[in-house]
Design a protein around this ligand. Structure first.
Ligand code: HEM
Ligand SMILES: *[C@@H]1O[C@H](CO)[C@@H](O)[C@H](O)[C@H]1NC(C)=O
Length: 218
């Protein structure tokens, strides 16, 4: 069995808890933002990465709007990737891993095919310290993204994520860390697992998004 087909096992292995409810709505005390949350298995024993999204109430369809992304990652993960376009090539990818002093390294990337993604500013990320931390079992990052909800495709057309429904996102997981662990432009080993889900953006809308984000990033 391919590891990439583990997602369906979450109930079967008996670890289904509140954290694995699809599109759970989570009010995050650290940031004051409300996120929709999805848990993605990468090991059959129940280990997984939680990906969360918060957007502005004012976000309109077919426009570019800011997104706050939060991920909660077990310490055995070498790198965790998130694809805003729900596949690997030619869409904004966010790579994250732990640096040598338990700090989080974020790296926006773009892949021209099924080949190693290169550093890219197709989307820009600002780490939010209030939602970025680690402990004995997990590390977590929270970041503001500009360019994650809309981007220009190679054919010149725009691609938009809907603020009023589900968007297909994808993740990739490697147990191995990037080669130059403190360098955001480091080359990385290939993933062992990837998966997809439909992430609900409608319930991720926050009325006070702009003022909260301004406070969190000032
Ligand atoms: C050294 C870095 C990487 C290499 C060499 C690589 C290579 C590949 C290859 C060869 C495949 C096809 C596998 C198959 O068909 O079974 C694939 C699929 C995939 N990769 Fe990567 N990858 C890398 C990094 C990433 C990153 C950072 C992400 C971020 C999310 C990612 C997301 C995906 C996804 C979602 C798929 C499934 C196919 C698709 O939906 O496009 N990859 N990758
Ligand atoms: C460790 O950190 C993660 C991520 O912030 C959190 O979800 C988890 O509850 C924490 N565990 C403990 C024991 O505090």
């Amino acid at each position: 069995m391919k590891l990439s087909s583990l997602v369906g096992l979450v109930a079967a292995v008996g670890t289904a808890t509140a954290q694995s409810t699809p599109n759970a709505v989570v009010r995050d005390a650290d940031t004051g933002l409300t996120f929709t949350s999805n848990f993605q298995l990468y090991k059959a024993d129940g280990r997984g990465i939680t990906f969360r999204v918060a957007i502005p109430e004012s976000a309109e369809s077919y426009t570019s709007y800011d997104v706050v992304v939060q991920a909660i990652v077990p310490n055995d993960v070498g790198w965790a990737g998130l694809s805003w376009g729900g596949s690997m090539p030619r869409v904004p990818l966010l790579l994250a891993w732990r640096g040598s002093s338990n700090n989080v390294i974020l790296s926006g990337r773009l892949a021209n095919g099924y080949i190693a993604p290169q550093p890219s500013n197709i989307a820009q990320y600002t780490l939010i310290p209030a939602g970025t931390k680690s402990n004995a079992t997990h590390w977590q990052y929270t970041a503001l993204c500009r360019g994650c909800s809309a981007w220009v495709q190679t054919n010149g057309a725009y691609r938009y994520l809907s603020p009023r429904g589900g968007n297909r996102l994808a993740f990739a997981y490697s147990p191995n860390r990037p080669f130059d662990v403190n360098n955001p432009s480091s080359s990385i080993p290939i993933h062992e697992v990837h998966g997809y889900w439909s992430h609900d953006f409608a319930a991720a809308r926050n009325r006070d998004f702009e003022s909260i984000v301004a406070r969190l990033t000032s």
